[in-house]
Design a protein around this ligand. Structure first.
Ligand SMILES: *Cc1c(COP(=O)(O)O)cnc(C)c1O
Length: 378
């Protein structure tokens, strides 16, 4: 995904162009870290946490080693115990359910909406009922802002909080987006994100962050991130992990955050151009009321999908399938309960979705090539 792409080829996600634009500043930022030598929890980590909190308006931003660790820290802070159940969508990246299982919890898989790819509040209700029927101790919900677009949170919050459940927003793909005037980072009891290189705000390695407005949760997460340390560093007050973000990655992210608003606007322009020029056989993603997507990926629905992907490939255009198999059909997760009578939408999407090249530096000519290749019937 981050291979260097020759200039005449379209990149799926072009990380080289952004690096060219920022290279001098990033070299200087990394050099500053090498000079002061505080490789772990150096001053850039605190500076980044302040900048991230300021960007999204959250009271607390706590950086960590990956988006997966962010989910783990969030679930540990909510006190998830072995046997506790958590509703998660099936049409997502594995980490969402994986961290529930790692703590001995039971994911209850729910379906998504076909137009937005995000958790369907009706299926969430069905999952709550399924958990009750099975006699499970249901504790919370993880909603995922797939491909960058925040979920329809009003309905999800109503079901979660109406049933006494906490809500974690897995915003690994949506940092920079917003819902109903709230920036991602201020949604749910806890928001988690990832700085994996190909995410909208990516570093040059692994990284992540946890956001919350709750002071007690924030203190617990800060402690869990460093082996459960207490005020006295020699007295560990709980069992935690080593989940810190490297200082060098924080220094890189500070430089990237400075151009992030411009990049988000550029991504929106790319998405709008696609919506205007794609042929009718490519169904663009629905942009839901009150949401601003971070456009991590631009995912169409098309059938037959594999033929469309091969056609793009013949025209030298890369595309990816996120996700070819919903979690409830994957070997590690097959044994866990699903909402109601099954998850038909997740299964259909796995057959029809196709993610097109998407990055802030994608120009109209390249997008026209993508659209033309999709329209050519063989
Ligand atoms: C990328 C991703 C994660 C995991 O993030 P990492 O930084 O790779 O650990 C979790 N959930 C979703 C939805 C993701 O897309």
């Amino acid at each position: 995904m981050n291979d260097v792409t020759p200039p005449d080829q379209i990149a799926f996600i072009d990380l080289a162009r952004q690096q060219q634009a920022l290279r001098g500043k990033i070299d200087a930022a990394v050099a500053r870290v090498l000079d002061h030598g505080q490789y772990v929890m150096g001053p850039e980590v605190g500076a980044l946490e302040q900048a991230l909190a300021g960007f999204c308006g959250a009271r607390h931003a706590i950086t960590c080693a990956s988006g997966t660790d962010a989910l783990l820290l969030a679930l540990m802070a909510e006190g998830l115990r072995p046997g506790d159940a958590v509703v998660v969508p099936s049409f997502t990246f594995c980490a969402t359910a994986e961290m529930v299982c790692l703590l001995g919890g039971v994911p209850v898989f729910a379906d998504v909406r076909e137009d937005s790819f995000n958790l369907d509040p009706e299926s969430l209700k069905a999952a709550v009922a399924t958990a009750a029927t099975l006699g499970l101790r249901l504790r919370g919900v993880i909603s995922v802002d797939l491909f960058g677009q925040p979920c329809q949170y009003a309905a999800i919050e109503q079901v979660a909080h109406g049933n006494g459940l906490w809500l974690i927003s897995d915003a690994a793909q949506s940092f920079g987006g917003s819902y109903g005037g709230r920036r991602v980072g201020r949604i749910g009891d806890i928001t988690t994100t990832s700085f994996f290189p190909s995410k909208p705000l990516g570093c040059y390695g692994d990284g992540g962050a946890v956001f919350t407005d709750d002071d007690a949760l924030a203190e617990t997460i800060r402690s869990l991130r460093v082996h459960g340390q207490g005020r006295d560093k020699y007295d560990n007050v709980r069992v935690g992990i080593n989940g810190r973000l490297d200082t060098i990655q924080a220094a890189i992210l500070l430089e990237k955050l400075a151009i992030f608003p411009d990049e988000l606007a550029a991504r929106e322009a790319v998405a709008a151009r696609y919506a205007a020029i794609l042929p009718p056989e490519a169904v663009p993603p629905a942009v839901m009321d009150g949401t601003r997507s971070a456009w991590a990926l631009y995912t169409i629905r098309t059938a037959p999908r594999d033929a469309a992907q091969q056609r793009l490939q013949r025209h030298g255009i890369p595309s990816m399938v996120y996700y070819r198999c919903p979690l409830h059909r994957q070997t590690a997760y097959r044994g866990f309960p699903v909402a109601g009578n099954g998850l038909p939408v997740s299964e259909r999407l796995a057959e029809t979705v196709l993610s097109l090249p998407m990055h802030p530096y994608l120009g109209p000519e390249d997008q026209a090539r993508v659209a033309a290749a999709l329209a050519v019937a063989d």
